[in-house]
Design a protein around this ligand. Structure first.
Ligand code: SF4
Length: 126
């Protein structure tokens, strides 16, 4: 997520910078720095922003990942998204097996999830 995407996300959430700082449990200065491009948006902040956007967008409805992606049963059974019934928020769950194995980091995971149909509604913020 870059500074423009962060600003777009904040606008989509209808939050002031101060309120966004509270939602991200960070400082107003940090939020201002993200939007000025003075600081890279850390993975935990990006993840929280996408989660808030997904909730606001009502992503609690719609098909689960294993249906959308026709996930093979033997992979599905080993995947935390299936185990935790988090098929609409699989991109938020670490350790999912979409790429055949768990990704080592949020950035690695977003290389897969970022272009996935499950995360389509959030694409413009990524
Ligand atoms: S997140 Fe897990 S259950 Fe969902 S499609 Fe990927 S591997 Fe299958």
């Amino acid at each position: 997520m870059d500074q423009a995407q962060f600003s777009r996300a904040r606008a989509a959430l209808g939050k002031t910078q101060a309120r966004m700082a509270e939602l991200l449990q960070t400082s107003l200065k940090a939020v201002q720095s993200y939007e000025q491009g003075w600081r890279t948006i850390p993975a935990h902040a990006e993840k929280q922003v996408l989660f808030l956007l997904a909730l606001k967008a009502g992503n609690t409805r719609g098909k689960e990942c294993w249906t959308v992606l026709r996930c093979p049963p033997e992979r599905r059974r080993r995947c935390p998204a299936w185990e935790l019934k988090a098929g609409r928020f699989c991109w938020f769950v670490n350790g999912t097996l979409c790429g055949g194995k768990a990704q080592a980091s949020w950035r690695e995971k977003m290389k897969i999830c970022g272009s996935c149909r499950v995360m389509e509604s959030l694409a413009k913020f990524r």
